[in-house]
Write a protein that binds this ligand. Structure first.
Ligand code: NDP
Ligand code: MG
Length: 332
């Protein structure tokens, strides 16, 4: 069987490593064409050896120089940026995973859409700030798009081939982060270390902090509006500490669908690469105890005032979304 060609942008991060772990179990069916990182050359070398990868991009200058002077550089092409992408992608990838964190993920995503049959995007900042550009490239190149953020992957799965104008309301869930039950009067004493300790998800630092403040949900509402072409008035957030339900869609025909899975990004990532080729994943049995205690609630705005930003988001595309994205990066 012909191996599927796959590349991972941000392969040393949390999403990147989850995908690497899936591919490890199915090496015979995948050819990893390109892996990329910023600084973490040690993990990049391990991943390159494991999959016999011929192309690596490493952005940080110090890390690039270390890789360039390592024995690996005799067998592997090592680049410091995405300018040689045409040379690297001689043939179309079957899948590219865009999982660089922050706005640096946008340009690699945009210039690579033409080089893949399926573009899997976890990098939410590029969706929030550049969706109109991404969408144009996807259409121009007939590239299939799969959102990886769990809420958006679940909306995408629930919709199947239904048009988004069949939606009455979409509910996306928020675990509420580590401070959902924490008294507001103690908020001032919270340390960054405590804020990074997410109770249900294992994620990179930036998204973990945004989850603690619920800024991540503001971003996800913007993502959902853009990807599925919805109005803000049709999207609501519900807190749900178990992170078992990822989205609920109430359709105009009276049906409501709910998507449930364990809080593990492996599940959406796995399903994104095996969407056409059915394969089984090891997963836990349905947890009736959690189902009986979904505990879905409206957001406590008093505790999480950032959610108020949604009320002032402009209806049309504007610079407001890139500015809040940029601001949330520099504040960190
Ligand atoms: P991580 O911080 O764990 O990983 C980021 C990856 O991008 C690493 O490989 C890192 O390299 C690389 N990187 C960072 N900065 C740059 C840069 N300037 N240029 C090139 N590469 C860079 O992030 P996550 O995996 O948690 O998240 C990735 C994206 O997916 C984010 O946009 C996040 O919002 C989104 N997302 C993540 C989820 C999760 O569960 N983690 C869930 C839903 C969405 P290095 O390791 O060398 O630093
Ligand atoms: Mg999410």
């Amino acid at each position: 069987m012909i191996k599927k060609k796959i590349s991972i942008f941000g392969s040393t991060g949390s999403i990147g490593k989850s995908l690497i772990n899936i591919l490890k179990k199915d090496k015979k069916n995948f050819e990893v064409v390109l892996l990329t990182a910023d600084k973490n050359y040690k993990d990049l070398i391990k991943q390159a050896k494991l999959f016999n990868v011929k192309n690596l991009i490493i952005k940080n200058e110090k890390s690039y120089n270390i890789l360039k002077n390592s024995p690996l550089s005799k067998k592997v092409n090592i680049y410091k940026d995405f300018t040689k992408i045409k040379k690297i992608f001689k043939k179309k990838n079957d899948f590219i995973m865009s999982a660089i964190s922050g706005l640096s993920g946008l340009e690699p995503t945009l210039i690579s859409i033409k080089h893949t049959k399926n573009m899997l995007i976890a990098n939410k900042e590029s969706i929030i700030c550049g969706w109109n550009l991404i969408e144009k490239e996807l259409k121009k190149n007939k590239t299939n798009f799969i959102p990886i953020d769990s809420e958006h992957f679940s909306i995408f799965s629930l919709l199947e081939n239904n048009r988004t104008d069949s939606i009455d309301k979409v509910y996306i869930t928020a675990s509420g982060g580590p401070f959902i039950d924490f008294p507001k009067k103690k908020f001032k004493k919270i340390s960054p270390k405590e804020a990074l300790k997410h109770p249900s998800w294992q994620m990179g630092k930036k998204i973990s902090i945004d989850s603690a403040t619920l800024m991540n949900k503001v971003f996800e509402v913007i993502e959902a509006k853009k990807i599925f072409n919805l109005d803000y008035k049709n999207i609501s957030i519900l807190t749900h500490p178990n992170s078992y339900v990822h989205s609920i869609i109430k359709f105009n025909n009276g049906l409501t669908k709910v998507l449930i899975h364990d809080p593990d990004m492996t599940i959406p990532i796995f399903n994104s690469i095996y969407c056409t080729n059915k394969k089984n994943i090891n997963s836990k049995p349905l947890d009736i105890k959690i189902l009986n205690n979904l505990n879905l609630k409206k957001v406590d705005i008093n505790k999480f005032p950032l959610v108020n930003l949604i009320k002032i988001l402009p209806k049309n595309n504007s610079l407001f979304e890139p500015i809040i994205t940029f601001f949330s990066i520099i504040v960190l």
